[in-house]
Design a protein around this ligand. Structure first.
Ligand SMILES: O=C(O)[C@@H](CO)OP(=O)(O)O
Length: 420
């Protein structure tokens, strides 16, 4: 049977950008390897979670793996807890958090504290939080730093099943039917209070505890020597944590092989995609460093020896999208093309392997946040017939023979049409 390589480029979708001569970063990037796949492949567009929805990566990846998750969505906090090896059990509350910068009026200066926290700074701040933020026993809180400005917060009250039916303190994302979606995020952003979304005691308690953690965290962080030093050297203090996408139950989903009849492995950079892959029971290889594309390409070849397919999540383009840097995003796409697809295509037998490339969501540089724009899809190799596509770009995909798909139908379409 043919093998499958399924690559999701995080946030790669974009819009024509005046700083790129009204081209998207995909159009502006030199991508000879992706072009070589396009000129023997077919393209199309994908609404990963649904029209009008600007999804977060976690829910978008579940959908691109074929899962339709609605109201019962477990919450990104739980996914990141699973991806970060945190001891989590049903009834705990897990939230995704950011080290952020706020002013004395709780206005958010930067949701990522300048995106320049070193690992040692972040770990020192997390250690201080674990040492000094205490809730009224028996309630307890755990802070786990993951990557960059990112953390996971776990709140536990032994004997109480906390409810995740609460609002975020991070104004950049809101929970819609349990799923995290990006807000417009324009204008003055302030740290919000978490509020219960139903009348239960468990939701009221969960919201109260999240608000207590927020207040205590600010007290500890604002005066911490790491932040005093950062401010002294003209960098932004990481003096607040913003929390979002609470979850209180581990999801029980069919495995990827039960869903598609394929035994797939995963290569991922970030705890959230590691968490998704673990939950759908893929063997997961965590990249040693974000930009080590050569390692990722060889890992694909290794995992194809023992699996029917490999899902690869490449974080690169999303961050410059959030930072509004189209040239940097273009460069990050070029690095993926030369660093990952180049070595991979030199090794792969394309007649016996299907290569599908797409994204989890668009992160337009002009918006600096996720958008509801559809993302491009390219399928190449094996029996795929060329549909005249010349590149992996949004305009080409809009004309491609695959048409417009919903996220959960992508894998079934690929498998049914080209793999079986
Ligand atoms: O973690 C990240 O990279 C992004 C999006 O997934 O979140 P945030 O906007 O909070 O940085």
């Amino acid at each position: 049977m043919r093998k499958l390589v399924y690559v999701l480029l995080d946030g790669v979708g974009d819009r024509p950008d005046p700083r790129l001569g009204m081209r998207t970063p995909l159009e502006a990037a030199a991508t000879p390897n992706l072009d070589s796949l396009a000129t023997r492949g077919s393209t199309g567009l994908v609404y990963t979670v649904g029209r009008g929805i600007a999804p977060e990566s976690d829910v978008a990846v579940f959908h691109m793996l074929g899962y339709r998750l609605g109201e019962e969505y477990p919450g990104r906090g739980v996914i990141e807890a699973v991806g970060s090896d945190i001891d989590f059990r049903d009834g705990d509350l897990a939230l995704r958090a950011n080290f952020a910068t706020v002013d004395e009026r709780m206005r958010i200066v930067d949701r990522r504290a300048g995106r320049d926290l070193s690992d040692s700074e972040a770990k020192e701040l997390a250690a201080a939080l674990n040492r000094e933020v205490k809730l009224e026993p028996p309630a307890e809180v755990l802070f786990r730093h993951t990557v960059g400005h990112r953390l996971v917060v776990r709140i536990r009250v032994p004997g109480v099943q906390l409810s995740s039916n609460i609002t975020n303190t991070d104004p950049a994302y809101k929970k819609v039917g349990g799923m995290g979606v990006a807000t417009s995020g324009s204008g003055d952003m302030r740290v919000e209070s978490a509020n219960p979304l139903d009348g239960s005691h468990e939701a009221a308690l969960a919201a109260q505890l999240v608000n207590e953690v927020t207040e205590e965290a600010y007290r500890v962080l604002n005066s911490h020597p790491v932040n005093v030093a950062r401010a002294k050297s003209g960098r932004l203090p990481a003096n607040m944590i913003l929390m979002r996408d609470a979850g209180s139950k581990l999801p029980r989903l069919p495995s990827i092989s039960e869903l598609h009849g394929l035994d797939m492995a995963a290569i991922a950079d970030m705890p959230v995609e590691v968490g998704v892959a673990r939950i759908v029971r893929m063997d997961v290889a965590r990249s040693p460093e974000l930009l080590n594309y050569g390692w990722k390409a060889s890992k694909v070849m290794e995992l194809l020896q023992s699996h029917d397919g490999v899902y690869v999540h490449l974080k690169g383009p999303d961050e410059p999208g959030h930072d509004g840097l189209p040239e940097v995003k273009t460069r990050s796409i070029e690095l993926i093309d030369s660093g990952f697809f180049g070595p991979l295509l030199r090794e792969l037998d394309l007649d016996g392997t299907l290569v599908a490339v797409s994204a989890d969501h668009s992160t337009p540089c002009q918006l600096k946040s996720h958008s509801e724009d559809p993302v491009p899809l390219l399928v190449s190799g094996g029996p795929v017939r060329w549909d005249g596509s010349r590149r992996f770009t949004e305009p080409e995909a809009a004309r491609g023979s695959l048409g417009i798909l919903e996220g959960p139908s992508v894998l079934p379409t690929i498998i049914g049409r080209y793999l079986m």
